[in-house]
Design a protein around this ligand. Structure first.
Ligand SMILES: [Zn+2]
Length: 83
């Protein structure tokens, strides 16, 4: 993706259901809009909220790589000691 393009996630303001992802020029990026969007989960028009899609993806990746606890890793050292 070109550096001047940014992916915007359009979501239902009520339930955060993802409506669609749009790509806009950074110069035209608007995260705060006063528009209504049809939400199929709410079965009604709801205020549209937006977020930068790339930022959400980054957060998900960080959470996936973050260890749950220091002892949750594979027992690599133990296996090697027994062999
Ligand atoms: Zn909704």
């Amino acid at each position: 993706m070109p550096i001047d393009q940014v992916s915007i996630l359009r979501m239902c303001g009520a339930c955060r259901h993802e409506i669609e992802t749009i790509t806009v020029k950074k110069d035209n990026m608007r995260l705060f809009v006063d528009e209504k969007v049809w939400c199929e989960l709410c079965q009604s028009e709801q205020p549209e909220v937006r977020d930068v899609a790339g930022r959400l993806e980054t957060i998900r990746t960080e959470q996936r790589h973050y260890p749950v606890s220091p002892t949750s890793g594979p027992p690599v050292l133990t296996t090697r000691d027994e062999a």
